[in-house]
Design a protein around this ligand. Structure first.
Ligand code: ZN
Ligand code: FE
Length: 263
């Protein structure tokens, strides 16, 4: 799989399929000539791409410490002398970390400001890299297209707060997540929110893409707001469908997350 996704600025982002269903994202800034990768699960497919384009790798950005997001760190760092960027509290869990970042910090990728958002829940040190001008958010295993990550280290309240942080970004933000789980997530959303017209439309789009083995990522935040059941736990129509009218948002979220865990 190889193609470019252009935005109106100078940044090119290419999803690289890793392991079975992971995505790493290679970012090339045509202006500053900076090259970065988000969440390299493994080094080989990243190296193949970079060598074909005759590029070096300046930065490795990690959303969290899980193996399928950091597996390629050390090999890539050794080969390209790249700098590894990760959350300060996870400095002992992210291999090869050079640059530690904190919540709300603006880190610079060449000339491009990148806002770091701490979004605990899946892991306690999970972060999102938000490229405000480029309208891109790298959400790792917190927000997926039509889904959200499992809660391994945090609790439901934390995860919902983290999802709401992403949900409140500008709606034309494009969501770049860590896995191609979209089809299965869509089936789950359809089971409990099947008469949602936006969801139905999105499901048709997803079916077409996956039948051609194309990525469903990036997905726009606006579409996620309308069709991702985990971003709809504050909506009365969904609460009614789940027989949870007037219940607190986080309780609805906990219910939906539990249903997904056994789906
Ligand atoms: Zn993970
Ligand atoms: Fe993962």
């Amino acid at each position: 799989m190889e193609y470019f996704l252009y935005n109106d600025l100078s940044m090119q982002v290419t999803p690289i399929q890793c392991l079975t269903d992971n995505y790493a994202y290679i970012m090339v800034d045509d202006n500053s000539k900076m090259v970065g990768v988000v969440d390299p699960s493994e080094a080989a497919p990243i190296i193949t791409f970079l060598e074909k384009k005759n590029l070096k790798l300046n930065y490795i950005l990690n959303t969290h410490h899980h193996f399928d997001h950091i597996g390629g760190n050390l090999e890539l760092k050794k080969k390209y002398n790249s700098k590894v960027v990760g959350f300060i509290n996870d400095k002992d869990r992210i291999p090869g970390i050079d640059i530690t970042v904190t919540d709300n910090q603006i880190w610079s990728f060449g000339n491009t400001p990148v806002k770091v958002l701490h979004i605990p829940g899946h892991t306690l040190g999970h972060i999102c890299f938000f490229f405000e001008k480029e309208k891109m958010a790298f959400t790792g295993d917190t927000l997926f297209s039509l889904g959200c990550g499992r809660i391994f280290e945090g609790d439901h309240k934390q995860m919902l707060t983290s999802l709401n942080k992403i949900k409140n970004l500008p709606k034309d933000t494009m969501i770049y997540c860590g896995h191609e789980y979209t089809y299965k997530n869509a089936e789950f959303c359809m089971k409990y929110d099947g008469n949602n017209i936006d969801l139905k439309k999105k499901f048709e789009k997803i079916k077409k893409l996956r039948s051609k083995n194309l990525p469903t990522i990036p997905s726009s935040l606006e579409e996620e707001q309308k069709s991702n059941i985990f971003l709809r736990c504050d909506q009365n129509d969904l609460k009614i469908k789940l027989n949870m009218k007037n219940q607190e948002d986080f309780k609805v979220f906990r219910k939906v997350r539990d249903l997904k865990d056994s789906f």
